[in-house]
Design a protein around this ligand. Structure first.
Ligand code: SF4
Length: 357
Protein backbone atom coordinates (compact mmCIF):
# COMPACT_ATOMS: atom_id res chain seq x y z
CA UNK A 1 0.00 0.00 0.00
CA UNK A 2 1.19 3.52 -0.72
CA UNK A 3 1.96 5.48 2.48
CA UNK A 4 0.36 8.95 2.51
CA UNK A 5 3.72 10.68 2.01
CA UNK A 6 4.50 8.35 -0.90
CA UNK A 7 1.08 8.95 -2.43
CA UNK A 8 1.66 12.69 -2.41
CA UNK A 9 5.11 12.27 -3.88
CA UNK A 10 3.78 9.89 -6.54
CA UNK A 11 1.02 12.33 -7.43
CA UNK A 12 3.54 15.14 -7.78
CA UNK A 13 5.78 13.00 -10.01
CA UNK A 14 2.88 11.99 -12.24
CA UNK A 15 1.80 15.65 -12.55
CA UNK A 16 5.31 16.61 -13.65
CA UNK A 17 5.39 13.76 -16.17
CA UNK A 18 2.04 14.87 -17.54
CA UNK A 19 3.41 18.37 -18.13
CA UNK A 20 6.18 17.08 -20.41
CA UNK A 21 5.67 17.35 -24.17
CA UNK A 22 7.81 14.43 -25.32
CA UNK A 23 6.95 10.72 -25.15
CA UNK A 24 9.36 8.53 -23.17
CA UNK A 25 10.14 4.82 -23.54
CA UNK A 26 12.15 3.10 -20.82
CA UNK A 27 13.18 -0.52 -20.35
CA UNK A 28 13.73 -2.30 -17.08
CA UNK A 29 15.31 -5.73 -16.65
CA UNK A 30 13.72 -6.95 -13.44
CA UNK A 31 10.71 -9.15 -12.73
CA UNK A 32 10.13 -7.42 -9.39
CA UNK A 33 9.94 -4.03 -11.11
CA UNK A 34 7.43 -5.48 -13.56
CA UNK A 35 5.37 -6.85 -10.68
CA UNK A 36 5.33 -3.44 -8.98
CA UNK A 37 4.41 -1.67 -12.23
CA UNK A 38 1.54 -4.00 -13.15
CA UNK A 39 0.26 -4.71 -9.61
CA UNK A 40 -0.11 -1.01 -8.82
CA UNK A 41 -1.47 -0.05 -12.25
CA UNK A 42 1.52 2.19 -12.96
CA UNK A 43 1.62 1.05 -16.58
CA UNK A 44 -1.83 2.51 -17.30
CA UNK A 45 -1.09 5.66 -15.29
CA UNK A 46 2.17 6.17 -17.14
CA UNK A 47 0.61 5.60 -20.55
CA UNK A 48 -1.62 8.62 -19.78
CA UNK A 49 1.62 10.58 -19.38
CA UNK A 50 2.96 9.28 -22.71
CA UNK A 51 5.46 7.06 -20.90
CA UNK A 52 5.91 3.47 -22.09
CA UNK A 53 7.68 0.92 -19.91
CA UNK A 54 9.04 -2.25 -21.47
CA UNK A 55 10.33 -5.31 -19.63
CA UNK A 56 13.58 -6.75 -20.96
CA UNK A 57 15.36 -9.98 -20.01
CA UNK A 58 14.82 -9.59 -16.27
CA UNK A 59 13.62 -13.06 -15.36
CA UNK A 60 16.44 -15.54 -14.73
CA UNK A 61 14.29 -18.63 -15.20
CA UNK A 62 12.90 -17.21 -18.47
CA UNK A 63 16.29 -16.54 -20.06
CA UNK A 64 17.50 -20.09 -19.40
CA UNK A 65 17.79 -21.80 -22.77
CA UNK A 66 16.01 -24.96 -23.91
CA UNK A 67 19.46 -26.59 -24.10
CA UNK A 68 20.12 -25.93 -20.40
CA UNK A 69 16.74 -27.42 -19.51
CA UNK A 70 17.51 -30.43 -21.70
CA UNK A 71 20.89 -30.83 -19.94
CA UNK A 72 19.10 -30.96 -16.58
CA UNK A 73 16.57 -33.47 -17.93
CA UNK A 74 19.34 -35.65 -19.37
CA UNK A 75 21.08 -35.72 -15.98
CA UNK A 76 17.84 -36.62 -14.18
CA UNK A 77 16.99 -39.35 -16.68
CA UNK A 78 20.48 -40.81 -16.28
CA UNK A 79 19.84 -41.39 -12.57
CA UNK A 80 21.46 -38.30 -11.05
CA UNK A 81 19.47 -36.45 -8.38
CA UNK A 82 18.67 -33.04 -9.83
CA UNK A 83 17.91 -30.30 -7.31
CA UNK A 84 16.66 -26.87 -8.30
CA UNK A 85 14.13 -24.11 -7.62
CA UNK A 86 10.43 -24.89 -8.10
CA UNK A 87 9.96 -22.71 -11.19
CA UNK A 88 12.59 -24.64 -13.10
CA UNK A 89 10.56 -27.86 -12.99
CA UNK A 90 7.86 -26.49 -15.25
CA UNK A 91 10.04 -24.69 -17.78
CA UNK A 92 9.68 -26.55 -21.05
CA UNK A 93 12.74 -27.94 -22.76
CA UNK A 94 12.48 -29.18 -26.34
CA UNK A 95 9.80 -31.83 -25.82
CA UNK A 96 9.43 -32.24 -22.10
CA UNK A 97 10.31 -30.71 -18.71
CA UNK A 98 11.93 -31.65 -15.41
CA UNK A 99 8.42 -32.09 -14.01
CA UNK A 100 7.65 -34.70 -16.66
CA UNK A 101 10.96 -36.44 -15.97
CA UNK A 102 10.04 -36.50 -12.27
CA UNK A 103 6.61 -37.97 -13.07
CA UNK A 104 8.37 -40.69 -15.05
CA UNK A 105 10.43 -41.61 -11.99
CA UNK A 106 13.53 -39.39 -12.18
CA UNK A 107 14.80 -38.02 -8.87
CA UNK A 108 14.09 -34.30 -9.23
CA UNK A 109 13.94 -32.29 -6.00
CA UNK A 110 12.69 -28.79 -5.33
CA UNK A 111 15.04 -26.93 -2.98
CA UNK A 112 14.95 -23.40 -1.61
CA UNK A 113 18.69 -22.90 -1.78
CA UNK A 114 21.93 -24.60 -2.71
CA UNK A 115 22.59 -25.68 0.89
CA UNK A 116 19.60 -28.03 0.82
CA UNK A 117 21.07 -29.63 -2.30
CA UNK A 118 24.44 -30.01 -0.56
CA UNK A 119 22.70 -31.78 2.35
CA UNK A 120 21.21 -34.31 -0.10
CA UNK A 121 24.72 -35.07 -1.36
CA UNK A 122 26.01 -35.36 2.21
CA UNK A 123 23.44 -38.12 2.69
CA UNK A 124 25.11 -40.07 -0.12
CA UNK A 125 23.15 -39.03 -3.22
CA UNK A 126 24.88 -37.95 -6.43
CA UNK A 127 23.41 -34.48 -6.77
CA UNK A 128 23.50 -31.76 -9.41
CA UNK A 129 22.20 -28.37 -8.35
CA UNK A 130 20.86 -26.36 -11.30
CA UNK A 131 22.05 -22.87 -10.37
CA UNK A 132 19.87 -20.17 -11.89
CA UNK A 133 19.87 -16.45 -11.31
CA UNK A 134 21.65 -13.19 -11.89
CA UNK A 135 24.31 -11.50 -9.75
CA UNK A 136 21.82 -11.59 -6.87
CA UNK A 137 21.97 -15.36 -6.40
CA UNK A 138 25.43 -16.11 -7.80
CA UNK A 139 27.17 -15.15 -4.49
CA UNK A 140 25.22 -17.87 -2.64
CA UNK A 141 26.32 -20.48 -5.17
CA UNK A 142 29.88 -19.17 -4.94
CA UNK A 143 29.88 -19.26 -1.12
CA UNK A 144 28.80 -22.93 -1.17
CA UNK A 145 31.50 -23.85 -3.68
CA UNK A 146 34.15 -22.20 -1.52
CA UNK A 147 33.38 -24.66 1.29
CA UNK A 148 34.36 -28.33 1.54
CA UNK A 149 31.75 -30.18 -0.47
CA UNK A 150 30.83 -33.86 -0.67
CA UNK A 151 32.30 -35.68 -3.69
CA UNK A 152 28.88 -36.41 -5.13
CA UNK A 153 27.87 -32.76 -5.38
CA UNK A 154 28.15 -30.61 -8.46
CA UNK A 155 26.62 -27.48 -9.96
CA UNK A 156 25.25 -26.87 -13.43
CA UNK A 157 25.71 -23.13 -13.65
CA UNK A 158 23.04 -21.26 -15.59
CA UNK A 159 23.92 -17.99 -13.84
CA UNK A 160 23.81 -14.92 -16.04
CA UNK A 161 25.00 -11.37 -15.55
CA UNK A 162 22.89 -8.37 -16.43
CA UNK A 163 25.12 -5.59 -17.89
CA UNK A 164 26.12 -7.59 -21.02
CA UNK A 165 22.44 -8.24 -21.76
CA UNK A 166 21.66 -4.52 -21.45
CA UNK A 167 24.54 -3.88 -23.80
CA UNK A 168 23.14 -6.45 -26.27
CA UNK A 169 19.69 -4.85 -26.19
CA UNK A 170 21.12 -1.41 -26.92
CA UNK A 171 23.48 -2.67 -29.62
CA UNK A 172 20.64 -4.48 -31.42
CA UNK A 173 18.46 -1.36 -31.36
CA UNK A 174 15.22 -3.30 -31.85
CA UNK A 175 13.39 -1.07 -29.38
CA UNK A 176 13.93 2.70 -29.44
CA UNK A 177 14.73 3.46 -25.80
CA UNK A 178 15.10 6.80 -24.05
CA UNK A 179 16.40 5.28 -20.82
CA UNK A 180 17.01 2.22 -18.69
CA UNK A 181 15.71 1.47 -15.22
CA UNK A 182 18.46 -0.60 -13.63
CA UNK A 183 17.59 -3.52 -11.36
CA UNK A 184 17.68 -2.84 -7.62
CA UNK A 185 18.57 -6.31 -6.35
CA UNK A 186 21.36 -6.89 -8.87
CA UNK A 187 22.71 -3.40 -8.21
CA UNK A 188 22.97 -4.08 -4.47
CA UNK A 189 25.64 -6.62 -5.45
CA UNK A 190 27.36 -5.01 -8.44
CA UNK A 191 26.88 -1.33 -7.53
CA UNK A 192 26.21 1.40 -10.06
CA UNK A 193 29.69 1.61 -11.62
CA UNK A 194 29.26 -1.25 -14.18
CA UNK A 195 26.50 0.76 -15.87
CA UNK A 196 28.61 3.88 -16.40
CA UNK A 197 30.41 2.65 -19.48
CA UNK A 198 27.08 1.61 -21.06
CA UNK A 199 25.68 5.12 -20.62
CA UNK A 200 28.86 6.67 -22.00
CA UNK A 201 29.04 4.49 -25.10
CA UNK A 202 25.32 4.39 -25.94
CA UNK A 203 24.41 7.89 -24.77
CA UNK A 204 21.57 6.48 -22.68
CA UNK A 205 20.36 7.71 -19.28
CA UNK A 206 20.01 5.09 -16.52
CA UNK A 207 18.51 5.15 -13.06
CA UNK A 208 18.85 2.38 -10.47
CA UNK A 209 15.45 1.97 -8.83
CA UNK A 210 13.97 0.37 -5.73
CA UNK A 211 10.76 -1.62 -5.70
CA UNK A 212 8.09 0.55 -4.14
CA UNK A 213 5.71 2.19 -6.63
CA UNK A 214 7.11 5.57 -5.69
CA UNK A 215 10.66 4.30 -6.38
CA UNK A 216 9.69 3.33 -9.91
CA UNK A 217 7.88 6.62 -10.53
CA UNK A 218 10.82 8.60 -9.18
CA UNK A 219 13.21 6.64 -11.42
CA UNK A 220 11.08 7.46 -14.46
CA UNK A 221 11.00 11.12 -13.48
CA UNK A 222 14.79 11.10 -13.05
CA UNK A 223 15.15 9.54 -16.52
CA UNK A 224 12.80 12.13 -17.99
CA UNK A 225 14.83 14.91 -16.39
CA UNK A 226 18.04 13.52 -17.88
CA UNK A 227 16.41 13.31 -21.33
CA UNK A 228 15.09 16.87 -21.06
CA UNK A 229 18.49 18.16 -19.95
CA UNK A 230 20.40 16.19 -22.60
CA UNK A 231 22.31 14.09 -20.05
CA UNK A 232 23.23 10.38 -20.23
CA UNK A 233 24.32 9.42 -16.76
CA UNK A 234 23.82 6.69 -14.20
CA UNK A 235 21.75 7.99 -11.30
CA UNK A 236 20.79 6.13 -8.18
CA UNK A 237 17.25 6.39 -6.86
CA UNK A 238 17.81 3.38 -4.56
CA UNK A 239 20.50 4.95 -2.39
CA UNK A 240 19.15 3.30 0.73
CA UNK A 241 20.46 -0.04 -0.56
CA UNK A 242 22.79 0.53 -3.51
CA UNK A 243 26.26 2.10 -3.55
CA UNK A 244 28.60 2.82 -6.43
CA UNK A 245 30.92 -0.04 -5.43
CA UNK A 246 28.30 -2.69 -4.61
CA UNK A 247 29.05 -5.48 -2.16
CA UNK A 248 32.81 -6.20 -2.30
CA UNK A 249 32.62 -9.53 -0.45
CA UNK A 250 29.90 -10.87 -2.73
CA UNK A 251 31.76 -9.64 -5.82
CA UNK A 252 34.96 -11.27 -4.57
CA UNK A 253 33.18 -14.61 -4.03
CA UNK A 254 31.74 -14.45 -7.55
CA UNK A 255 35.15 -13.68 -8.99
CA UNK A 256 36.85 -16.44 -6.98
CA UNK A 257 34.49 -19.11 -8.27
CA UNK A 258 33.24 -18.00 -11.67
CA UNK A 259 34.58 -16.67 -14.93
CA UNK A 260 32.42 -14.86 -17.49
CA UNK A 261 31.86 -16.78 -20.74
CA UNK A 262 29.94 -16.08 -23.94
CA UNK A 263 26.47 -17.63 -23.93
CA UNK A 264 23.11 -17.45 -25.62
CA UNK A 265 20.04 -16.43 -23.65
CA UNK A 266 16.52 -17.45 -24.59
CA UNK A 267 15.53 -15.16 -27.43
CA UNK A 268 19.04 -13.76 -27.83
CA UNK A 269 22.03 -14.76 -29.88
CA UNK A 270 25.31 -15.34 -28.03
CA UNK A 271 25.98 -12.44 -25.64
CA UNK A 272 29.69 -11.99 -24.91
CA UNK A 273 30.70 -12.49 -21.27
CA UNK A 274 27.12 -12.94 -20.09
CA UNK A 275 27.22 -16.31 -18.31
CA UNK A 276 29.11 -17.38 -15.20
CA UNK A 277 30.99 -20.66 -15.69
CA UNK A 278 32.90 -22.37 -12.88
CA UNK A 279 36.63 -21.71 -12.94
CA UNK A 280 38.79 -24.77 -13.78
CA UNK A 281 39.85 -25.27 -10.17
CA UNK A 282 36.24 -26.22 -9.35
CA UNK A 283 36.01 -28.76 -12.17
CA UNK A 284 35.26 -31.70 -9.88
CA UNK A 285 32.08 -29.87 -8.81
CA UNK A 286 31.25 -28.58 -12.30
CA UNK A 287 28.45 -30.74 -13.70
CA UNK A 288 29.13 -29.54 -17.27
CA UNK A 289 32.64 -31.08 -17.10
CA UNK A 290 31.93 -33.98 -14.80
CA UNK A 291 29.09 -35.27 -16.99
CA UNK A 292 30.56 -34.09 -20.28
CA UNK A 293 30.10 -37.46 -22.05
CA UNK A 294 26.55 -37.89 -20.82
CA UNK A 295 25.66 -34.35 -21.93
CA UNK A 296 27.41 -34.53 -25.31
CA UNK A 297 24.25 -35.56 -27.28
CA UNK A 298 22.41 -32.55 -25.83
CA UNK A 299 25.27 -30.21 -26.73
CA UNK A 300 25.24 -31.47 -30.31
CA UNK A 301 21.55 -30.77 -30.92
CA UNK A 302 19.73 -27.59 -31.88
CA UNK A 303 16.62 -26.76 -29.90
CA UNK A 304 13.55 -24.81 -30.98
CA UNK A 305 11.26 -22.70 -28.82
CA UNK A 306 7.86 -24.29 -28.02
CA UNK A 307 5.62 -23.88 -31.11
CA UNK A 308 3.76 -20.58 -31.08
CA UNK A 309 5.63 -19.19 -28.07
CA UNK A 310 7.17 -15.74 -28.56
CA UNK A 311 9.02 -15.60 -25.21
CA UNK A 312 12.19 -14.59 -27.06
CA UNK A 313 10.48 -11.48 -28.47
CA UNK A 314 8.92 -10.73 -25.07
CA UNK A 315 12.31 -11.00 -23.37
CA UNK A 316 13.85 -8.59 -25.87
CA UNK A 317 11.01 -6.13 -25.24
CA UNK A 318 9.90 -6.37 -28.87
CA UNK A 319 6.45 -7.81 -28.07
CA UNK A 320 4.09 -7.61 -25.11
CA UNK A 321 2.73 -10.87 -23.66
CA UNK A 322 -0.78 -10.05 -24.91
CA UNK A 323 0.54 -10.08 -28.48
CA UNK A 324 1.17 -13.81 -28.22
CA UNK A 325 -1.69 -15.78 -29.78
CA UNK A 326 -1.42 -18.36 -26.98
CA UNK A 327 -1.62 -15.87 -24.10
CA UNK A 328 -4.45 -16.72 -21.71
CA UNK A 329 -5.76 -19.39 -24.07
CA UNK A 330 -3.46 -22.34 -24.57
CA UNK A 331 -0.87 -20.76 -22.26
CA UNK A 332 -1.76 -19.96 -18.63
CA UNK A 333 0.18 -20.23 -15.35
CA UNK A 334 -1.56 -23.57 -14.75
CA UNK A 335 -0.61 -24.86 -18.22
CA UNK A 336 2.40 -22.78 -19.30
CA UNK A 337 3.73 -23.18 -22.82
CA UNK A 338 6.79 -20.98 -22.34
CA UNK A 339 9.00 -19.93 -19.40
CA UNK A 340 7.64 -16.37 -19.26
CA UNK A 341 4.33 -17.87 -18.09
CA UNK A 342 6.01 -20.23 -15.60
CA UNK A 343 7.98 -17.86 -13.43
CA UNK A 344 6.31 -15.26 -11.24
CA UNK A 345 9.03 -12.91 -12.54
CA UNK A 346 8.04 -13.58 -16.15
CA UNK A 347 6.14 -10.89 -18.09
CA UNK A 348 3.45 -13.30 -19.27
CA UNK A 349 2.81 -14.67 -15.79
CA UNK A 350 2.60 -11.15 -14.33
CA UNK A 351 0.33 -9.91 -17.12
CA UNK A 352 -1.95 -12.93 -16.69
CA UNK A 353 -2.09 -12.80 -12.88
CA UNK A 354 -3.08 -9.16 -12.62
CA UNK A 355 -5.55 -9.26 -15.49
CA UNK A 356 -7.32 -12.35 -14.11
CA UNK A 357 -7.31 -11.63 -10.33
FE1 SF4 B 1 5.31 -17.99 -24.45
FE2 SF4 B 1 2.98 -18.32 -23.17
FE3 SF4 B 1 4.16 -15.98 -23.09
FE4 SF4 B 1 3.08 -16.85 -25.33
S1 SF4 B 1 1.98 -16.34 -23.46
S2 SF4 B 1 5.06 -15.85 -25.10
S3 SF4 B 1 3.45 -19.03 -25.19
S4 SF4 B 1 4.94 -17.88 -22.25
Amino acid sequence: MFQLRDRELARAVVERLRERDEPLTAMHVCGTHQDTIVRHGLDGLLRECDVRIVQGPGCPVCVTTPREIEMAIALAEAGVTVATFGDMLRVPGAETSLQTAKARGADVRVVYDINEAVKLAEQGAEVVFIAVGFETTAPTTAAALLRDLPDGFSVLSCHRVIPPAMEAILAAGEVALDGLIDPGHVSVIIGTSPYEDISRRHGIPQVVAGFEPVDVLMAIWMLARQVDEGRSQVENEYRRAVSREGNPRALQAIDDVFEPVDASWRGFPVIPGSKLALRPRFEEHDAARRYEDLLAPVMDRDFEEPPGCICGDVLRGVCAPEECALFGKKCTPRHPVGPCMVSREGSCNIAFRYSHD
